[in-house]
Every structure is written in structure tokens, then in C-alpha cells.
Design a binder for this molecule. Structure first.
Ligand SMILES: [Zn+2]
Length: 449
């Protein structure tokens, strides 16, 4: 396995062709003309981690993260700090703040919008152009650099009556109100902000940990060939990407005992030609009663802890991985330094260090010892009490060692290796192994057997 695949492991993704035809007035505004009805841009909810970096990036393959990712829930009653990445008009910022806060009525969570220059925040919004709409799922945002956005809203896809007038004013242009009203009447959900509100609710749903409802097991009987062709033609996606983002069915666990909810804001529209049985759904623009019930259970207002809470650990302040050839014990010793915090459940945590050879492949294991999924690794298990906070290999201490004897490393002496360091939580009750940290340590170390 190439090490490039390492980076796909703990990502989150989903896509949704939630909203379709949009119009963008900017060019017309510049020419002091009314916008013509034409399809200039189609925005999709792509909520793929890599799509936050590039609209053409590869897609992740992590299974079983749908409906609600219980392992990416924020702590209940958290006040999430949110800032804009020096982007977007005041009008658009106000809509984002206004609509996102609808979730607060039902979830015991607050979005606290803070100034753009706030150095550390939980969420960061880019009101950009061309990246589509997408968001990291829940607390996965913790893993993202403070210099990067965690949620994209694509303003190319937003046109509304208010926005259009505000934009014209900003540019010193007097709109022709008669023509504008005619235009707005052609697609009311677009021009009356309803669609924009729906997109914002949907993306903030992801930011709270929700996934696409169309992944509910058994929900959609997809006409796969047609869907492949469609996404190939419209998005340029290969089959793998379509599989991962459109056709993937969630693990039943992540449904949290809910029923399939076709009215969920997290469901995207389905055309009849996409399904074998002609099933279709219009786009949803409002929170459904199912959305409200699920988010209320995940973030209960009347309890400190949700009944749906699962074991979860948060990694922070990762500093480095010290690696040494240990001639006395004939092996390599690794000392990662980081802080780890558990939630209200007992945490069974594995710290996994895998080796990467000079060809950028994981070093394959040839026996059952030091074997993590077929690859050579050290993976000590830590048992942590609920609500505990621990630092490892900090302040001059060496209190967590990952050791692999040379006899278990099929790499010639003198060759260089690099490392993949992961942290995984084992949810024993639900039989789930969830990666919460995944880093590639590219400082090479020579094996000196
Ligand atoms: Zn989405």
C-alpha cells in the first residue's frame, strides 16, 4: 500500500447533489444588465475532506460514517467558536449567522461567531467561489490547521433577491426592480433565500456531526449505471468516487435507531432516473421533525450526556515523534508526545506506529507479531478512565514507548524508514475501531541493526 493512502483513513466525506441550478449575477451586474436565466454554476455539497483543499482531490474511503457520526460529536453543551476566513460580504455573513443558529433551538450547542482575527477557533468558514459547499464532520474539524477553513460555502451558487440588491448597491448600480421581480418569480426558492438557508442548515448539520441521509441502509435502490454516467458527465467523477460518495450505504450503527427520513435536510434530491424503482425526492430546504429529534438526542438540552454517546478521545498538542535505534534491546523505540482527553466513557485506545520504507510503502509484516492489518507496527493499548486528561512524553518525561524489535522489521540495515502514527479508539460495546489521529512523520531514520 502506498503511503499516500495513509492520509485517507480518518477523513469524512459525503456528497450531495442537494441543490441544482443556480445563477450568478456578478458578470451581469458589472455590465449594468439584469441577469439572464442561465445555468452558470452548479454547486454540490461535497463534504469530502479533500474537497476542502481542492475540488478535484481524491475521495476518502473510510466506511461507516453516515447519518450521524457519533465519534465526531462535539461535547454536549459546547460553545463552538466560528469565524469567517476574511471572506464574504456582510450580507452573506449575516445570513450564515442567522440560518445556522436555527440548529441551536434543538441542539445543546451554541455557534459563537468571533472576529476574523481570532487565532484559534473550532470552525472556520470560507465564503468562497468554486469549491462547492462542504464541511468537515463534527469534531473532525479539530484535526484541521487553524489556517484552513473547516466549512466551505460557495457564494457562486447563491443568488437571492436581497443578496442581489445588496450586491448591486455595493457596486453603485441601481437595480431595475421590475425586471428583478420578474426574474425572482421564476425560481422563488432561489430568490427568496430559502435554498441558501437550506444549504447553510445542511452544511452546519455536517459541522454538528450529521451525515447524508440518503446513505440510510436500504433507503435508495440506485440505478448504478445511470448514476455513474451522470456523475462522470457532470462532475467528472470516476466510479470509485461515485461509490464512496453517492452509492455508499451506511453501517446500521450510525442510524442511531432512527427511521429513514426522506425529509431530512441532510438528504439530497433524487431524480427518478437515478433509481431502479423510479423513487424520487425533491430537495429539502427545512429541518425535518426527524432532524430535530436526532440532533436533540445527540445534544440533549436536559442532560449533560447523550444516551447516544460513544467512547471518544481528543488528541491535542501533538509535538513530535522521537525515534531511536535501541542497541541494547535491538530494536527501535518511538516516543510520541501529545495530550489525550477522554469523554464520559472508558477509553480503550491504541497508539499505532507503522513503518514506511524508502519506496513509500508500508512495511509488510510476515508473521503475527507486531502486525497491524498486515503491516509492521507497534500498537500499545492504553486504558483510560472516563473524563481523564493525560500527557505523554512531555516535560522531559518518557512515559509512553512504542517498541519494535529489529527481528520484526524486514528492512535492511542502513535503509531509511519514515513513520505513520495513528491513534485509534476501540468502542468495545459497538465493535467499532475509530481512528482519531493519523499523521505521517517524514523525518527519516536509518535502521542500524
Ligand atoms: Zn452534504
Amino acid at each position: 500500500m502506498k503511503k499516500s493512502l495513509l492520509f485517507l483513513i480518518c477523513c469524512t466525506f459525503c456528497i450531495g447533489s442537494l441543490f441544482s441550478q443556480k445563477k450568478m449575477p456578478q458578470k451581469q451586474v458589472a455590465k449594468k444588465q439584469m441577469p439572464q436565466k442561465q445555468k452558470l454554476y452548479t454547486a454540490k455539497c461535497t463534504t469530502l475532506r479533500d474537497d476542502l483543499k481542492s475540488p478535484t482531490a481524491a475521495v476518502d474511503t473510510t466506511p461507516g460514517r453516515n447519518i450521524a457520526n457519533n465519534y465526531a460529536m462535539w461535547d454536549n453543551a459546547t460553545e463552538l467558536t466560528v469565524k469567517f476566513m476574511n471572506s464574504g460580504s456582510q450580507f452573506m455573513r449575516e445570513r450564515v449567522m442567522q440560518y445556522s443558529k436555527e440548529w441551536e433551538q434543538y441542539a445543546n450547542i451554541k455557534f459563537k461567531f468571533v472576529p476574523d482575527n481570532t487565532p484559534v477557533t473550532n470552525m472556520r468558514i470560507l465564503l468562497g467561489e468554486g469549491f462547492g459547499h462542504n464541511s468537515y464532520v463534527g469534531s473532525d474539524a479539530n484535526d484541521i490547521s487553524q489556517s484552513k477553513q473547516t466549512l466551505n460555502l460557495d457564494t457562486l451558487a447563491f443568488v437571492s433577491y436581497d443578496y442581489y440588491i445588496a450586491e448591486m448597491k455595493r457596486r453603485g448600480i441601481k437595480p431595475n426592480m421590475v425586471d428583478l421581480k420578474k426574474m425572482a418569480a421564476t425560481e422563488p426558492v432561489v430568490w427568496n433565500n430559502r435554498e441558501m438557508r437550506g444549504v447553510i442548515l445542511h452544511e452546519f448539520g455536517h459541522a454538528l456531526g450529521l451525515m447524508h441521509e440518503q446513505s440510510y441502509p436500504g433507503a435508495i435502490n440506485w440505478n448504478t449505471d445511470t448514476v455513474y454516467n451522470y456523475y462522470k458527465r457532470v462532475q467528472g467523477w470516476d466510479k470509485r468516487k461515485v461509490d464512496n460518495n453517492v452509492l455508499k450505504v451506511a453501517n446500521q450503527f450510525y442510524t442511531n435507531g432512527t427511521s429513514y427520513d426522506p425529509k431530512s435536510i441532510m438528504h439530497y434530491s433524487v431524480d427518478a432516473w437515478q433509481t431502479k424503482d423510479g423513487y424520487s425526492l425533491p430537495a429539502n430546504y427545512d429541518l425535518s421533525s426527524g432532524d430535530i429529534a436526532l440532533i436533540s438526542a445527540l445534544y440533549p438540552k436536559d442532560k449533560k450526556i447523550s444516551v447516544l454517546e460513544v467512547p471518544k478521545v481528543t488528541i491535542s498538542n501533538f509535538q513530535k515523534l522521537d525515534v531511536e535505534n535501541n542497541s541494547t534491546r535491538q530494536g527501535i523505540s518511538m516516543y510520541p508526545s501529545f495530550d489525550l482527553k477522554t469523554n464520559s466513557k472508558l477509553g480503550e485506545v491504541y497508539v499505532v506506529a507503522m513503518l514506511v520504507d524508502e519506496n513509500e510503502n508500508y512495511v509488510k509484516d510476515n508473521n503475527d507479531s507486531y502486525n497491524w492489518g498486515g503491516y509492521v507496527a507497534a500498537y500499545p493499548k492504553l486504558l483510560l478512565l472516563p473524563n481523564s486528561q493525560v500527557s505523554y512524553n512531555k516535560a522531559g518525561k518518557r512515559d509512553l514507548e512504542l517498541f519494535i524489535p529489529y527481528s520484526e522489521i524486514p528492512v535492511e540495515s542502513g535503509k531509511k524508514i519514515t513513520f505513520s502514527l495513528r491513534v485509534a479508539v476501540h468502542d468495545v460495546a459497538n465493535n467499532q475501531l475509530i481512528y482519531v489521529m493519523n499523521r505521517y512523520i517524514d523525518t527519516p531514520v536509518s535502521i542500524t541493526k
